[in-house]
Write a protein that binds this ligand. Sequence first.
Ligand code: ADP
Ligand code: MG
Length: 350
Amino acid sequence: MQAIDKDTVHRLCSGQVIVDLTMAVKELVENALDAGATAVDVKLKDSGLTSITVSDNGRGIAEDDRIHLCRKHWTSKIQSFSDLSSVSTFGFRGEALSSLCAMAKVTVITATEASAPMGVQLEYDGAGELTLTKTIARERGTTVVLSELFARWPVRQMDLKKNIRKEYLRAVAMVEQYAVISDEARITMSNRTKNNEPVVAVRTPVGADRLARLVSVLGAQMRPHITELSASGDPSDTLDLSLAGYISKPVPEAGRSAADKQYFFVNGRPCDFPKAKKLVNEVFRGYVPGKYPVYAVSIEINRSTVDVNLTPDKRMLLLRHEGEVLGLLEEAVERAVRPKESVFGVQMVQ
Ligand code: ADP
Ligand code: MG
């Protein structure tokens, strides 16, 4: 028996962090937002098969950090385990860039406030070690370019090629969630296929509020069919619990045949919340049988009661007070989708 060598361990573990195109895109978008960017642009070539480029106008990467940037578990976001209970950034495990190096070719172009209009181009090898530093013109911010995604993982690369349309749409759906929830940053995404003009996949209006951003993702035809939802408070009044968002009105035109475009955010983090999803769908389907609502529900709750560290993608959350959250959600959804009674007893939809 022997211990697996470091390089192999790195590749094995990285394969579980960056499992698909969507995860690669998600990690780069989160890093851009964590860097305080107000503009994040995702550009794919051949739906990501040739390259994935994420540019931001965030704070850039300081000179001292360049060498450690893609090393496993190097992060600027937490220092110790106890910081986890208050962390407000998307990332904190220092795992994404290091894993991406094992799964793709990684090039970083970055400039800080102090270095702009000059910056550097950095290249890293599969183990996350810095191999090239070149001076280059760059405004403040960072661009990360991934190419040759999964080149060293033939099965996964073949799978990606075979299912590229589906994988691309999943990546778009992921970026849409960040575009809806990011109040401070405008997120755009486009794809360029060979010999073709770029196709815009995500572009929220400049300066738009959350509703306008959601409508831009859903399509303008949905605007008349969306209503607001909100609620706050908890029995013990210690959770700082509130929720707010938008959901389809209880009319068939507002529903969809598939349970898609259904977003949950917990403390600003897009996440999967199967129990809540089931609950909201059931309430809606009680009024509009056979249809699913669209919705974007943002839940705020005391950070120390949420564990986001269950899976590397942090999409599954453990809520210490899940029952209270679901109770409040049910109440808010009921109130929002229940057809309103007019004074004449005629059923009205808001
Ligand atoms: P994490 O986000 O968990 O810290 P990552 O591997 O995603 O781990 O990133 C490592 C570090 O690299 C981050 O903590 C951050 O300091 C820096 N970094 C990554 N992307 C950017 C970016 N777009 N702008 C500025 N700094 C970045
Ligand atoms: Mg990160």
